[in-house]
Design a protein. Structure first.
Length: 159
């Protein structure tokens, strides 16, 4: 059975998916260690397994997403806190890492439809988070999307 070659668009989607997973891992590492962006970014180049994945990613997208998730807390945290039933410190670190990278993407990557951002975050949470955590992440990000992408959300709900 012959396989069709993957298109450039499919390759870009796959590279961004890897970049999101790596950004989530890097953000988790930041939450746990409080290392700065540069230290974590260098670690990704030096660790053989992470470096192999990094080569499969969209490196510019990874760099921007990780840097934003780590360094733009003053933009990200006010988007999250009104929708939480607990403090940020009480959120599971995996869920918090996913929420931070998704918020960074919602804020800084308008080219990515908000439904894609939410879906990718839910999938990461299903893979790495607690059993029902994806429902929590989905609910929070739906509300954050209304704040960050109001026109896009209203256009999709009225369609």
């Amino acid at each position: 059975m012959a396989h069709k070659p993957i298109t450039e668009a499919q390759q870009r989607i796959a590279q961004r998916r890897v970049a999101r997973r790596l950004a989530m891992i890097g953000t988790y590492q930041w939450i746990m260690t409080h290392n700065n962006f540069h230290e974590i970014y260098v670690y990704f180049q030096e660790d053989s397994e992470l470096a192999a994945d990094f080569r499969k990613s969209d490196p510019a997208f990874f760099h921007q997403l990780l840097r934003s998730a780590i360094e733009e807390g003053e933009r990200i945290e006010p988007l999250l806190t009104p929708h939480l039933d607990r403090t940020l410190a009480q959120i599971d670190p995996i869920e918090y890492a996913v929420l931070r990278i998704a918020c960074a993407e919602l804020l800084n990557h308008p080219e990515t439809p908000y439904k894609v951002v939410v879906n990718e975050a839910v999938n990461l949470t299903k893979k790495f988070g607690a059993e029902q955590a994806h429902k929590f992440v989905n609910g929070i990000l739906d509300k954050v999307a209304v704040q960050t992408r109001a026109l896009e959300v209203s256009a999709s709900t009225s369609a």
